[in-house]
Design a protein around this ligand. Structure first.
Ligand SMILES: Nc1ncccc1[N+](=O)[O-]
Length: 243
């Protein structure tokens, strides 16, 4: 998978080259290219924004700069990317979105700052038949899209074959079966007077599976009743009905 990021703060994306993601890049599973938007300005101040039409606070990022940057980055590779614009006004980014994008051969993240990017940049790209997703990682306002790109790239890349040591862990993620993951334990058996639940040391795999599902249902019912309500009827067996 090729990933391009266009931003005025390239340094903000440095963590993508660390740890698991860094190893995925080194293994050639991901090609990451971070581009400085200001490379496509032509004035001495390298202005990337301007006052909003209609007045109001803040600044809007200029269409000319973004248009040139997107055209140049698109041309760097024959593969058509899914263009992603992180914005608090976007549709929610979920595990399902990560799964969907993990199948893409190329992603291009356009990081907006200030009050966003002139809408015509998205409209022009869509008008040329390019897939553009305006997505949000949560209902709060960040200063720019870069932190959201770190989140989304990590969620997507960890799903790529060969990235996670144990692919089973991606299957057993929270959300993969629509439920939150329950509590986890490791050695020692007792720590500060707290013991690991007996069943987990019983070796009885059916009982362990039942216990884990009960804890997942319990936690989901307590913390995210919306997820429980969204589960398809068939997803809950009769033993689950207790929650
Ligand atoms: N929440 C956000 N705030 C600013 C920019 C992007 C955002 N997001 O969620 O993608």
């Amino acid at each position: 998978m090729r990933i391009d990021v266009i931003t005025i703060f390239p340094g903000y994306l440095a963590p993508l080259r660390e740890a698991l993601l860094g190893r995925a890049i080194a293994a050639g599973l991901v090609d990451l290219d971070v581009h400085d938007l200001r490379d496509w300005t032509h004035d001495v101040h390298q202005a990337v924004d301007d006052a909003p039409y209609g007045g109001g606070p803040g600044m809007v990022m200029r269409p000319q700069v973004w248009g040139e940057a997107l055209d140049a980055v698109l041309a760097r590779d024959a593969r058509t990317p899914r263009i992603v614009v992180p914005t608090p006004a976007g549709r929610p980014f979920t595990q399902a979105t990560a799964q969907e994008w993990a199948g893409a051969e190329r992603l291009l993240f356009a990081c907006g700052r200030y009050e966003g990017i002139d809408q015509r940049v998205v409209d022009d790209a869509r008008g040329r038949g390019l897939p553009v997703d305006e997505v949000s990682i949560g209902d709060y306002v960040l200063v720019g899209g870069e932190a959201a790109v770190l989140v989304m790239v990590e969620a997507v890349v960890r799903l790529l074959p060969g990235v996670l040591g144990n692919p089973a862990s991606a299957e057993q993620d929270s959300f993969s079966d629509g439920l939150l993951e329950g509590p986890a334990y490791t050695r020692p058996e007792t720590w500060r007077g707290l013991a690991v639940p007996e069943v987990l040391r019983s070796g009885n795999h059916a009982a362990i599976a039942r216990w884990r599902r009960d804890r997942a249902l319990e936690r989901t019912a307590q913390r995210r009743p919306d997820l429980l309500a969204a589960l398809p009827e068939r997803a809950l067996d009769k033993a689950d009905r207790a929650f």
